[in-house]
Design a protein around this ligand. Sequence first.
Ligand code: GLA
Length: 387
Amino acid sequence: MIAAFRERFGTTQPRVFRAPGRVNLIGEHTDYNLGFVLPVALDMATYIAAAPSAGGKLCIYSENRREQHEFDAASLGGVERTGTWTDYPIGVAQELVRAGVPVEGANLLIRSTVPDGGGLSSSAALEVSAALALLAGREFDRLELAKLCQRAERNFVGMPCGIMDQYVSVFGRAHSAVEIDCRSLGHRLVKLPEGIAFIAVNTMVKHALSGSAYHDRVRECAAGVEAFAAVYPDVRSLRDVSPEQLDAVAARLPEVVARRARHVVTEDARVNRFTEASANGDVTVMGKLMVESHRSLQHDYEVSCAELDFLVEAALAIEGVYGSRMTGGGFGGCTVTLLRVEAVAGFRAGIVHAYQEHFGVTPRIYSCEPSEGAGEVKKFEIIPSLA
Ligand code: GLA
């Protein structure tokens, strides 16, 4: 990467920053309801080689897109959203300036191994790595960094996301899942049992609905909060609704809102049961909870799609699989499957075959190795080159 940087931008020695993608094990669409999530930072990441430049230009090159764009560092505040990938670094730059961190002329070379649009949080990986590259080693609180990147996505990109993706990209840890309390913004590392693996399978589709449906769900949840708060004034978000309160009020809610709320309330409970099962090494229960989570996302929250449902059913029919579910926002992207380590090879072959037969498309498969969160790449590290 350093060689590629020098070839493009001249001889300055860049610093290299890295921010990982994520897979969420359980706790879907709970983050913006201030509940619980349990993601894992992946070894797939976005890397940025960066160095200051004279002349006040912020120059950003993406190796994946083979595109270079230039901005005036002094007038970043006036840049408008374009609906393309540069919105992520520019949104971050604007938030940095707003937070009182000057952004000066710099050259950035970006290389990402997180599949684009695959639901493994390529956006958060780009935001967090861009923030680190623009900070260029200046001190910045890690939680504030995650929040700043979330603001960039909400304010500039226009996606009303929760905090999960940016948070785990910052706070991920090798060998652990990260249980995030999306209200207190504290987290706990969760050890995963031995002898198991998590595998993500990419449907290779991203349905157009994903963006607008996300907005709809955020609104439907807000409607739910209003209805519950009218009866229970302490309810500030769906996180506050107990299963008993859900039962008491559900029948009086619009049917759709009741189902959305039921997903969030039951999903929060599943996260807690999952971490407990993990601590006890009870992989059977972990798998069951993943399947329950998928059913709830499929029927109550309605963010799944035919491809995701197919992959889950096909996975559950394969020897050694404990559970499987869609992961991320939905309407395409990936499933995540929990299985015995010895079953991985058979699973890969079986799932690829089944999906090809049914959809005529070859799904990509990723092993989900819990990895470290974002930072500067200081020691020698092999950064995969792009195929
Ligand atoms: C997307 C959002 C996250 C979260 C998930 C669903 O990945 O960016 O904040 O809401 O969807 O769990």
